[in-house]
Design a protein around this ligand. Structure first.
Ligand code: AMP
Length: 573
């Protein structure tokens, strides 16, 4: 694909080819100096490339390994400004790639040969501190830099040891960071780069005093960046107090409407995205669909996962050569495969009128990307559906997109296996009804008449339908079996459905082994086990049901990750 050069905003352009960053030599700001906060840099930089960011070889290698193709908009805008030594205000949510937006310049700045703490990232919660530390570590893994997370709730002794061992990059929650500063186990004397991540959240959690106390200990010569999804007045006051001549980047853009597309989202539990995707495909039975992922690696994993389950899927990403790309696109256009699993770069400009659905397996980085992605459907005046999978905190990012496009993105409940079974049955019934109405079965009446001398006509019909169903849904035994399962668990026990059965060589011992290895339960605690053709049922004590489900989902049974859920008795539906 020809690479177009991105339009670059004036301040960012000057910063695109940074030399070794010059640190701004200005006195520490105080409340009386209230710098103007510059207007956001708004120009889209969609087509920027990582090579524009002049990353060191070890960092560029890590990025390639992670499968990132292009910088996200916030990265394309913030990295050059930070590399050039500016203080920065970044208005961005989780899911926009903001961690790398500050992590890349931070890694660039820190020197591996020095053990002392040179970079500090403050994050509101333990969960986010760990996530950010992990994100920095992934990017820095070939540089030899150590990243140490410090947060409340973890034994402080362990943190003393980690800090003593040399911690060039520290990521911490404000309370615990201040605690270490007071105890002398951490010093900010050598910090040249400090970032506040989710500054609004930190303030909402009541950390203002701690943050002020920490920032006041930064040396005069240092660079400071605030990332925040919203800019309430208290943040602005804090920024004015500590930031010097900051540049602002924002990923907001003008409102648009996308009239011909229905937009929906599903909330998905961590680790359940792929399962959710499969269910959605089973429920919606879409026509040609583009499934968007963030990285090459993910497109390959998702496409392969779908293929293994018997769906016609192909990956499309920026690493493919022209002929591979053309082959995949031809198959998709000619409807030889239903699902195209693509990165944004690979799907840029794709114009295929028949696409009925766009599924955002990963939430888009910003509203531009959302609009671009969902614009692949609802073309040529046809209706289209755009579905986004959202995990945890990404819900905020989705609501921001919703606000910016000025349209409602409808929340939808994830279909259960029983919903899917019911849907399949309905479609099957519709097909039978259509065949009855078409009346094109004269040639088989003699067989029916011969059989009805011995069997009831309804039995003959049911047997024929059973044969047909099995033929059409060789893999759907589980869905039917869930439905057929009228067993009631014993009192105090919960009956779990496991999506593997005899045909997968599953034995009762596999279930008992997996459950007892991963939970505290022993074989005696486990109740009835029924192994069916394509699925199984196991009864476990109700208080442990959730743990058992999670343990089984994590485990591999006969080499496969099973689908696991609570079995619902037939009458309950
Ligand atoms: P964040 O907003 O920092 O939490 O990042 C959201 C997700 O996007 C993380 O899973 C990152 O690994 C991923 N990510 C960050 N930058 C890129 C990029 N340039 N290309 C693809 N994925 C990315």
């Amino acid at each position: 694909m020809p690479k177009k050069k991105a339009p670059v905003a004036a301040p960012a352009k000057a910063a695109l080819k940074p030399k070794r960053p010059k640190r701004p030599k200005k006195p520490v700001a105080d409340a009386s100096q209230t710098p103007e906060i510059a207007a956001p840099v708004e120009e889209p930089l969609e087509l920027a490339s990582f090579s524009d960011l002049e990353l060191s070889e070890p960092v560029a290698r890590a990025i390639a390994e992670m499968g990132f193709e292009t910088p996200t908009p916030i990265q394309a805008r913030a990295v050059p400004l930070l590399m050039a030594g500016h203080d920065l205000i970044g208005q961005a949510q989780t899911g926009t790639g903001k961690t790398a937006a500050f992590a890349l310049p931070l890694i660039h700045r820190v020197e591996a040969s020095k053990g002392e703490t040179q970079a500090l990232v403050l994050a509101p919660t333990r969960e986010l501190a760990v996530q950010v530390a992990q994100g920095i570590y992934e990017l820095a893994k070939h540089t030899g830099l150590r990243v140490v997370p410090i947060y409340g709730g973890q034994p402080i002794d362990r943190q003393f040891r980690a800090l003593r061992g040399g911690a060039p990059i520290v990521v911490g929650t404000p309370g615990r960071v201040l605690d270490h500063l007071r105890r002398g186990s951490l010093t900010l004397e050598h910090v040249t780069f400090c970032t506040l991540d989710e500054a609004d959240e930190m303030l909402a959690l009541g950390f203002l005093e701690e943050i002020e106390a920490i920032l006041a200990q930064l040396p005069a010569e240092r660079q400071l960046a605030f990332f925040s999804a919203t800019m309430p007045p208290r943040i602005v006051t804090l920024m004015k107090k500590f930031l010097r001549d900051p540049q602002t980047v924002s990923i907001e853009s003008k409102q648009r409407t996308l009239d011909t597309t229905n937009q929906a989202y599903y909330e998905v539990a961590p680790g359940q995205k792929f399962e959710a995707l499969v269910r959605i495909l089973d429920m919606e039975t879409p026509g040609p669909t583009i499934i968007f992922c963030r990285t090459r690696r993910e497109t390959a994993d998702v496409a392969e996962g779908l293929q293994v389950r018997g769906y016609g899927a192909e990956a499309l990403h920026g690493d493919m050569n022209q002929s591979e790309r053309e082959r995949v696109l031809r198959r998709f256009r000619e409807e030889q495969c239903d699902y195209l699993v693509a990165t944004d770069v690979a799907a840029r400009g794709l114009d295929i009128d028949t696409v009925t659905h766009v599924i955002n397996f990963d939430i888009p980085f910003d509203v531009e990307q959302y609009i671009h992605r969902i614009g692949r459907t609802g073309r040529a005046g046809r209706a289209g559906d755009a579905i986004t999978l959202v995990q945890g905190r990404e819900r905020r990012q989705l609501h921001l997109i919703e606000k910016l496009i000025g349209a409602r993105i409808q929340p939808v409940r994830l279909p259960s296996a029983a919903d899917i079974a019911a849907r399949r049955r309905d479609r099957f019934k519709d097909a039978l009804r259509a065949a009855l109405e078409a009346g094109d079965f004269e040639g088989h009446m003699a067989t029916v008449e011969a059989l009805t001398t011995q069997f009831d006509a309804s039995e003959v019909a049911a047997a024929a339908i059973a044969m047909l169903w099995k033929n059409q849904h060789p893999d759907a035994g589980d869905a039917q079996e869930i439905e057929a399962d009228g067993e009631q668990p014993e009192l105090g026990m919960t009956r779990l459905f496991v999506g593997l059965g005899r045909q997968d060589n599953l034995r009762p011992g596999d279930l008992v082994g997996a459950i007892s290895n991963q939970t505290g339960l022993s074989g005696r605690d486990i109740g009835a086990i029924d192994i069916l053709d394509n699925s199984s049922f196991v009864e476990v004590p109700s208080p442990a049901a959730q743990d058992v489900m999670e343990a089984l989902r994590r485990s591999r049974l006969r080499g496969r990750k099973p689908e696991v859920q609570i079995a619902r008795p037939f009458e309950a539906r």
